[in-house]
Design a protein around this ligand. Structure first.
Ligand code: C2E
Ligand code: CA
Ligand code: CA
Length: 529
């Protein structure tokens, strides 16, 4: 269930992990491209303003030069002067002399028809007047922008005002503040430009991208289709997309790695600890002389969510390696109290032995754990035995401190799996122990020809000399039990009596097999005379 949920979550995270950086890289590229285009348009519009001011200054100078001319109007000399000015000024296409609203002569001579000259549309701040859409025969009927000061007029190709280097499809226009377009290039719809100039916010559309730049008197507008951003977007994406792809791959990899970790044996054990998936079974401990049950060993089982049980030897080594054994021990102690509190607090003869890992023996942490668990439960500390294997005695001084404290606290201490480790009986002398559990491998040899079988009686005898109670582990046959009793072994544990069983089953077992309580007859009442 959890596995499925984890995989689902990982898939969602992986999809999000891939989608977010890619979307982000696209979004950033788009914004960047948009900003770049916008900046470019603003730059072009700015250049157009500069260019227009340049043209206006040139024209202004030319017009003032002509105003100062002293030759008779439309004389050859006057016309030659006007022609010189048209030739010298790149922006000026034609110079005209107008008197009383009538065109008298131009830089090209005396016109055949001296018609009226169009009226002024805009007056510029430097005193120049501008007339838009002036048609001149000399320019082949093209519409020109006329600028005049006093009697002299110059005609300028409107494209001259916006004569700046711009991309082919950028529409560019320069106008006066009131929207009179002095010059434009690439503008198919001048009305649209006028609208944008006068009401930029209202006239903006989703399809267009534009920038408007203005100075005191002039406004320039550069406009292009939004699709042009796609070109810049491609350039931006060659930079940002690989970053997005790498980031997405990293995130997906990270999710995969975390999932693998979570689904690894250690990951699963960690989840099991968090979910408190551990239960405790109890294996009866029998007194050999009476055949009565006097206690139990608490043996942990990992009950997975699908109901299956995992044996401790499959996960205890990993738990010990990773340190997870500490929270598992806490759960075992808590389970012992909650499973058997009623029976333990009621029957002080009953005890439960808890397996303690090497780390806990070294640090002494277990004492605090047990102390807190028993607080207020009515269970006495001698009812909790602690079983430590020889691995816990590697740091013999630290072990000695913990065991001494444990005994002072009232607990009984048993050395577990005796005979499988390196420690000798003499090394046990210095340790405060109460019982020695002989490993099953020795018990199995009883009554066989195996070399070790002869060792078992010696272990028992030495334990006796150290005043240790002896527990035989893994007793499976009555013959073994008889032999162990004859050798002086006190207690036995094994399938002969019962396997580790759930708490309720153990309670029934114990009630059937416990030591009968000795009945002490009350003294006869003394009758007073
Ligand atoms: P152990 O402490 O030596 O526990 C005795 C093991 O021998 C238990 O295996 C028990 O079921 C098994 N056993 C008892 N009688 C017989 C028998 O007659 N025949 C056979 N073939 N086996 C018998 P289990 O429960 O699988 O535990 C294995 C080991 O896991 C334990 O060995 C102990 O070292 C460790 N363990 C179990 N519970 C805990 C715990 O709460 N904390 C720690 N630190 N270790 C634990
Ligand atoms: Ca044990
Ligand atoms: Ca053992």
């Amino acid at each position: 269930m959890i596995r499925k949920r984890l995989i689902c979550m990982a898939v969602i995270l992986a999809v999000a992990g891939a989608a977010i950086p890619l979307t982000l890289s696209f979004y950033l590229s788009w914004n960047h491209a948009l900003q770049a285009r916008q900046e470019k348009l603003a730059h072009i519009a700015n250049k157009a303003i500069v260019r227009t001011n340049q043209v206006l200054n040139e024209v202004n100078q030319a017009l003032h030069t002509m105003a100062d001319l002293r030759q008779p109007a439309c004389s050859d000399a006057h016309i030659r002067q006007m022609r010189m000015i048209a030739i010298d000024n790149r922006s000026v296409e034609e110079v005209r002399y107008v008197e009383g609203g009538l065109l008298k002569c131009t830089s090209w001579g005396i016109p055949r028809e001296t018609g009226s000259h169009p009226a002024t549309d805009v007056v510029l701040s430097n005193g120049m007047h501008a007339t838009l859409g002036v048609v001149s025969a000399a320019s082949g009927g093209k519409q020109m922008t006329g600028l005049h000061y006093l009697a002299h007029h110059v005609l300028i190709d409107p494209a001259r005002f916006v004569d700046v280097i711009a991309d082919g499809d950028i529409q560019l226009a320069v106008a006066t503040a009131d929207g009179s377009v002095l010059g434009s290039v690439n503008v198919p719809d001048p009305q649209r430009i006028r609208q944008l100039l006068l009401h930029p916010e209202r006239s903006q559309t989703e399809q267009d991208l534009f920038a408007q730049v203005g100075d005191r008197e002039l406004v320039a507008i550069a406009l292009e289709s939004r699709s042009s951003v796609l070109v810049s977007l491609q350039q931006e994406q060659t930079l940002l997309l690989p970053v997005g792809v790498i980031l997405a791959a990293l995130l997906v990899g990270l999710v995969g790695w975390r999932l693998q970790q979570r689904l690894s044996p250690l990951g699963e054990l960690t989840i099991a600890v968090q979910q408190r998936e551990f239960v405790v079974h109890y294996q009866p401990l029998m007194e050999l002389s009476s055949g009565a049950c006097i206690g139990a060993e608490a043996l942990v089982r990992w009950q997975r969510q699908d109901g299956s049980m995992v044996r401790p030897d499959l996960f205890i080594p990993l738990a010990e390696q990773s340190g997870l054994i500490l929270p598992i021990t806490d759960q075992v102690v808590a389970a012992v109290v909650s499973d058997l509190q009623a029976m333990l607090s009621h029957d002080k003869q009953l005890h439960v032995a808890v397996n303690v890992c090497a780390d806990d023996i070294r640090s002494g942490r277990i004492l605090e754990v047990v102390y807190r668990a028993l607080e207020g439960t009515g269970i006495a500390s001698p009812q909790i035995w602690l079983e430590a294997t020889e691995r816990g005695f590697i740091d013999i001084d630290a072990a000695c401190i913990t065991l001494t404290k444990a005994r002072q606290g009232g607990h009984r201490i048993a050395i577990d799996d005796f005979g499988t480790g390196y420690s000798s009986l003499s090394c046990l002398q210095g340790l405060p122990l109460d019982a020695l559990k002989i490993d099953k491998s020795f018990i199995d040899t009883i009554g066989t020809e195996a070399a070790t079988s002869s060792v078992t009686p010696h272990i028992i005898a030495m334990a006796k000399t150290l005043s240790l109670k002896v527990v035989a582990e893994g007793v499976e046959t009555q013959a073994q039990a008889d032999c162990l009793l004859a050798l002086g072994v006190d207690y036995a544990q094994g399938w002969l009596y019962g396997k580790a069983m759930p708490a309720a089953q153990f309670s029934r077992f114990y009630l059937e097999r416990k030591k009968p309580v000795a009945v002490v007859s009350a003294p006869a009442p003394v009758l007073s005379a």
